[in-house]
Design a binder for this molecule. Structure first.
Ligand SMILES: O=C1C=CC=CC1=O
Ligand SMILES: [Cu+2]
Length: 591
């Protein structure tokens, strides 16, 4: 039988009537590593799952995509297909959350449980009579500030065990991000909403309910959160409405050196850039252009890599989660605290009210990205659309929401104030003509890697195809891929990537065509929540970074070159990261 045919059934591995879930994780000449969840749907086993492994002897596979679909009657009593979408968290097994160094968060991040966990309703989107407008933080009126301040004050004054209280709302980001939750039906699999395609939809729902709760506390359902417009020079300073020590929007746990008139560095790692304000602004606009356009021509590069039910987290973040999202968290966080609390680490980030303005701007990038043309659109993959989360709504009802129901922000009842988007046309210009043919002293990447980034590295890489037609470029993006990056998750790491530069290039000036993009890591809990500070890669799968270079090669006049010169400049933590290989690949824009 031809090895590429897949049959779609698995024999049961138990005597009782049961249903099987099959998701082939790797198919290679019929050696199928198939993870089976065998759930026995009868009363005393309801919601339990019996992980089992089959070898290929009793796994018959059929044509086409496949997994057995069934109705796991889980804790929510809601049927959902196992092993495909990421299921909601299992609230009943919420446990202590882990810190990046493997220690435990010094308090419980678990939410109060409703009386009945077996009938969690699916959230019904309320009718939208008028779409409210989320304002730019630097544009808000005094009246707005007073209203927002009152709402947060009321939220902070609720009982600490009230699911609507400010501390319970902040703990949501701890439970979902520091291995507090396991996936329902996949005992032991941590639910992590970062480092994958879950990042944007999770945070959208998170802010949606937070905003509705605030509105309900002040009796104003038109209340809309502000966004921190740091992608435009007018917003590239810390918003003053958060900086009044007498306000409920204030948080002492911030980097006091980064208050106005300090201009934010959207690529911040841990060292302040020694550059003029104008250069920082130019760098920021260039990074936004790269992350929203050049490096994000299609869904997987923008949203992050897929993650499916039962898979270990940390699959690979998208462009915006990496930069500027992670960098802004670090820039605000207090450097005198072990994990740059509050904003600088998952478990405490949402304790700073500015978290919500930061993530409102991240969410705004999702709405803008879909207007930038080409293949910039939502996934239509059911595994993404059907992934689900649990939140308390403003009536204190615990509800289940899906990705599908949040992809249209106006159906959620909000949009963003229409402000200038200066980075959209900020196409970098070449700083220099293309290098002479590959200078003799530049070795091929195959002779350089695997390597750490103790110092700047420059190397040549062969391209799989030259003189690509426009049709080639429309169908497939040419990518510079950094493979199997292993590093200690506890380390801050950043490196910048350039094409066609000489080794002496400095990372202070990014606003030029030769700048391709940056990688930034911040200390985080990896997959199994048992951070040992190991030198393993981030999580269960080695980290990979793919940077889109089709446009850059065009702009640098390098499209007919068989090989290009790449320069990688470590900004911070270079000796902590090992890159196995760097190659050029192409990516067909997945759905
Ligand atoms: O999402 C985050 C990234 C970095 C630090 C804190 C966060 O919440
Ligand atoms: Cu965040």
């Amino acid at each position: 039988m031809a090895s590429n045919f897949l049959l779609t059934s698995c024999t049961t591995i138990s005597s009782s009537p049961s249903k099987i879930f099959v998701r082939p994780k790797r198919i290679d000449n019929f050696k199928v590593n198939c993870e089976i969840r065998n759930t026995i749907n009868n009363d005393d086993n309801e919601g339990k799952s019996f992980p089992g492994k089959l070898d290929r002897r009793n796994v018959l596979l059929g044509l086409g995509g496949l997994y057995g679909a069934s109705n796991l009657i889980g804790v929510t009593n809601e049927p959902f297909a196992l092993g495909a979408p990421v299921p909601p968290p299992d609230f009943s097994t919420c446990s202590t959350a882990s810190l990046p160094d493997g220690s435990q968060v010094p308090f419980s991040c678990c939410p109060p449980l409703p009386k009945d966990l077996t009938n969690i309703p699916t959230y019904k989107l309320p009718n939208v009579s008028k779409v409210k407008i989320r304002p730019a933080a630097h544009n808000v009126t005094q009246e707005y500030i007073t209203k927002y301040n009152t709402a947060i004050q009321k939220m902070k004054s609720l009982d600490k065990d009230d699911p609507l209280s400010f501390i319970q709302q902040a703990n949501i980001h701890c439970a979902y991000c520091n291995s507090g939750y396991k996936e329902l039906g996949f005992p032991g699999v941590p639910l992590q909403v970062h480092f994958s395609w879950l990042f944007f939809p999770f945070h959208r729902w998170y802010l949606y309910f937070f905003e509705r709760i605030l509105g309900s506390l002040i009796g104003d359902d038109t209340f809309a959160l502000p966004f921190w417009n740091y992608d435009s020079q007018v917003g590239m300073q810390f918003p003053s409405l958060y900086n009044d020590v007498n306000s409920s929007l204030y948080d002492p746990n911030r980097n006091q050196n980064h208050f106005p008139p300090n201009v934010i560095d959207l690529g911040f790692t841990t060292i302040d850039l020694d550059a003029s304000d104008q250069q920082k602004i130019n760098n920021n606009l260039t990074m936004m252009y790269r992350q929203m356009l050049t490096n994000a021509p299609c869904p997987q590069l923008f949203f992050g890599n897929p993650i499916r039910g039962g898979e270990q987290p940390i699959r690979g973040m998208g462009t915006i989660e990496n930069v500027p999202h992670n960098s802004v968290h670090r820039w605000v966080g207090n450097p005198n605290n072990k994990f740059r609390e509050n904003m600088g680490t998952f478990y405490s980030a949402a304790r700073d009210p500015i978290f919500y303005a930061h993530h409102a701007n991240v969410d705004r990038m999702w709405t803008i990205w879909k207007t930038l043309g080409g293949n910039r659109r939502d996934f239509n993959d059911r595994d993404w659309l059907d992934s689900a989360f649990l939140f308390y709504d403003e009536n204190r009802t615990l509800v289940k929401v899906t990705v599908q129901d949040c992809i249209n922000n106006e159906k959620l009842g909000y949009k963003y104030e229409n402000v200038p988007i200066p980075w959209k046309n900020y196409k970098p210009v070449p700083r220099k003509q293309k290098l002479k043919k590959n200078p003799k002293n530049v070795k091929p990447s195959t002779e350089i890697f695997p390597s750490t980034l103790k110092k700047t590295l420059s190397f040549s890489i062969k391209r799989p195809k030259i003189s690509r037609t426009q049709q080639d470029k429309d169908i497939e993006e040419e990518l510079l891929v950094f493979n199997n990056m292993t590093f200690d998750e506890n380390e801050y790491i950043r490196f910048d990537v350039f094409i066609n530069e000489d080794e002496g290039v400095k990372s202070k000036v990014l606003d030029r065509t030769e700048y391709v993009g940056s990688f930034a890591n911040l200390p985080h809990v990896h997959a199994a929540g048992n951070n040992t500070g190991s030198s393993s890669s981030s999580g269960s799968t080695p980290a990979v970074m793919s940077l889109g270079i089709s446009e850059i090669l065009e702009d640098l006049g390098l499209e007919d070159e068989e090989e290009i010169v790449v320069v990688v400049v470590p900004q911070f933590g270079g000796k902590e990261i090992t890159i196995a290989s760097v190659e050029i690949d192409t990516l067909a824009c997945a759905n």
